[in-house]
Ligand binder design. Structure first.
Ligand code: HEC
Ligand code: HEC
Ligand code: HEC
Ligand code: HEC
Length: 194
């Protein structure tokens, strides 16, 4: 081995280790809270509160939606409000920082809240991003801070899939049909964000 091949022999394994190291994870932002989004988005909040998803937590209580539970092989008399297998889709951010813990601790995160679709808001709601001081934030900046750029099917199917125990074996999620019947009203934005 000459000097250079010796150097290479030492460096090569290091290069392999570097290549195998996992790519840095996308940053996990903390959850913020539906009631705090409401402070600035009252119209969307009021409309959202009328959707079935806003009340998804109540469905887990004993006696609620008894026929559907029975048909799915679930026990209609059982209290599922502390059952982690259900909470992941019937609450907001279960198990994540700022997300749903239990109804006593985090009542605001019960049900499918704003951040289930728009992304965990602990960072993008800071004053330098989306705020009353900065109404003309740049869209790219809030997206880099965790806002979902455009909510679509990709967000829905994290919950609307066959892991839902009430879904039939041949379940397929129809985005347009569900969007038409299930989402809050939207209103044109007032400010520039380009
Ligand atoms: C965090 C999980 C989650 C996400 C994300 C989610 N959903 Fe849901 N959705 C639910 C749950 C749970 C219910 C059942 C609510 C209940 O308990 O009645 C539901 C119910 C619905 C319903 C009512 C169905 C009916 O029978 O009337 C519609 C419509 C719907 N969702 C559409 C959507 C669309 C469209 C998206 C994406 C833009 C979406 N959902 C994203 C969990 C989610
Ligand atoms: C993978 C996500 C997911 C999991 C896990 C999940 N659900 Fe759901 N659940 C949904 C979605 C999505 C719907 C709405 C389906 C639709 O109508 O399109 C729903 C609907 C329901 C409904 C019918 C509500 C109604 O009135 O129409 C009941 C009851 C229900 N879930 C109970 C449970 C229970 C109990 C558990 C835990 C044992 C559970 N779910 C776990 C996603 C989930
Ligand atoms: C089930 C998914 C879902 C939930 C839950 C949800 N949104 Fe949305 N939201 C959407 C979709 C889809 C759009 C339209 C597409 C887009 O702009 O990404 C939208 C658009 C918006 C917009 C921009 C348009 C407008 O009306 O100004 C705001 C603001 C907004 N949502 C706020 C909220 C707030 C606040 C909550 C909670 C109270 C909430 N959303 C809950 C799916 C959701
Ligand atoms: C302190 C006020 C404030 C809070 C709190 C707040 N927002 Fe906003 N948000 C704004 C303003 C201002 C705009 C720009 C409105 C416009 O242009 O008309 C906006 C715009 C948006 C948009 C449109 C994004 C775009 O540019 O396409 C969405 C979606 C949204 N907010 C969701 C949320 C959610 C979800 C929360 C809670 C996690 C939240 N907001 C909390 C002030 C706020």
């Amino acid at each position: 081995m000459n000097r250079w091949t010796r150097v290479l022999a030492v460096l090569a394994p290091a290069a392999v280790i570097l290549a195998l190291a996992p790519a840095p994870q996308a940053e996990q932002h903390p959850y913020y809270g539906t009631k705090k989004c409401k402070n600035c988005h009252l119209k969307e909040y009021k409309s959202w509160a009328e959707t079935k998803m806003a009340h998804a937590f109540d469905t887990l209580k004993p006696g609620e939606a008894a026929d559907i539970k029975k048909a799915a092989g679930l026990d209609p008399a059982k209290d599922y409000t502390k059952d982690a297998t259900c909470l992941r889709c019937h609450t907001t951010g279960h198990g994540a920082e700022g997300g749903f813990v239990d109804f006593e601790t985090t009542p605001d995160m019960a049900g499918v809240g704003c951040e289930s679709c728009h992304g965990a808001g602990g960072t993008y709601t800071k004053p330098e991003y989306m705020s009353l001081k900065n109404k003309e934030y740049k869209k790219a900046d809030v997206v880099a801070a965790g806002l979902v750029g455009e909510v679509g099917k990709a967000q829905c199917i994290t919950c609307h899939n066959k892991d839902n125990p009430t879904a039939k074996a041949d379940y397929v999620f129809d985005y347009e049909a569900n969007k038409a019947k299930g989402l809050h009203e939207t209103f044109p934005l007032k400010y520039h964000h380009e």
